[in-house]
Design a protein around this ligand. Sequence first.
Ligand SMILES: [Zn+2]
Length: 75
Amino acid sequence: MRKLKCPQCEVHRFFVKNESGDNRLVTVNENYEVVAVHSIDSLVGFDLNMLYCLGCSWKGSPQSLRSEKIKEKRY
Ligand SMILES: [Zn+2]
């Protein structure tokens, strides 16, 4: 299963947040599904439409990630 990468730094790990400010470490598969890195973690109540990159300051929706090779510069 291919994992989608950050369009800026190509890290493929992100975290999501809930209203309480908790974080969950996640990856995004090629179907744009957000998957918890630790399978015991529940993503219920977390905002899966806003990802925060672990490697840089990028944040955005799963749909805005790109498979490798196609790079989009965001300023
Ligand atoms: Zn990044």
